[in-house]
Design a protein around this ligand. Structure first.
Ligand code: FE
Length: 232
């Protein structure tokens, strides 16, 4: 199997949210696509291990928020690499509720859809939910959506391990270079800090060892602190 071929499939990146009335949660998905226009229906593929998957099954409702291309690393880290079993992801972010009561993430998002599930298809590790769109809102017509390709190439992110597209053989795994300085890997998202490259986004020039990064430096992909990194 040539794993690189899978990266030629285009995807967007979305926050899928749901609530069972008691608990509220959301996660980052790259699989959401419109299946029919009339009625407007959309499908998502959700890992059964995701806390949100159970909430969708109970409520038969979920929302899809489309991430902005310039979404903050903290937002992606919160929804992509942390579990709602451990924390309340909605504690400190901007969100609203659709007319149906479904939570809808607004933080770093440019449009959203509120969906009512009408079919569930079991597909091994995942469940596919096919749903009718009952409400939507375009928040920012001028902004570009974040795509999986942009996330991988520009933000240097890797798929969370519960994603349907996760490949347990990341091409982001560092290759040997001449650099003698140690690379460090973010245990949350898989981002590799390479001293030979630095971190342009945070103004870190090439040649700065991981140990010499400021204490408040965070992962440019998911926002995790330095403590989440391990030498590779
Ligand atoms: Fe990270």
């Amino acid at each position: 199997m040539d794993f690189e071929a899978f990266y030629k499939i285009s995807y967007g990146l979305y926050v899928i949210s749901a609530s069972n009335g008691k608990k509220i949660n959301g996660y980052i998905a790259n699989t959401a696509f419109q299946v029919t226009a009339s009625p407007p229906q959309i499908a998502i593929s959700c890992n059964t291990d995701n806390f949100t998957c159970g909430l969708i099954e109970q409520s038969k409702k979920f929302s899809i928020s489309i991430l902005n291309q310039n979404a903050k690393a903290e937002t992606i880290g919160l929804f992509g690499y942390k579990s709602g079993k451990d924390i309340d992801k909605f504690e400190s972010i901007d969100y609203t509720k659709a007319q149906s009561g479904t939570p809808v993430v607004l933080e770093d998002c440019i449009a959203w859809f509120d969906c009512k599930v009408n079919q569930v298809i079991e597909v091994g590790s995942h469940k596919m939910f096919i749903a009718t769109i009952v409400e939507n809102n375009l928040l920012n017509a001028d902004a570009d959506p974040l795509t999986y390709e942009y996330y991988r190439k520009v933000k240097k992110g890797v798929a969370p391990k519960n994603a349907p597209t996760y490949i347990d053989k990341s091409p982001e795994t560092p290759k040997e270079t001449d650099s003698t300085m140690t690379k460090y890997k973010c245990l949350a998202c898989g981002y590799i800090y390479d001293p030979a490259i630095g971190d342009e986004e945070s103004g870190i020039e090439p040649g700065i060892a991981f140990e010499d990064l400021p204490d408040d430096w965070t992962c440019p992909t998911c926002g995790s602190p330095k403590e989440m990194f391990e030498a590779v």
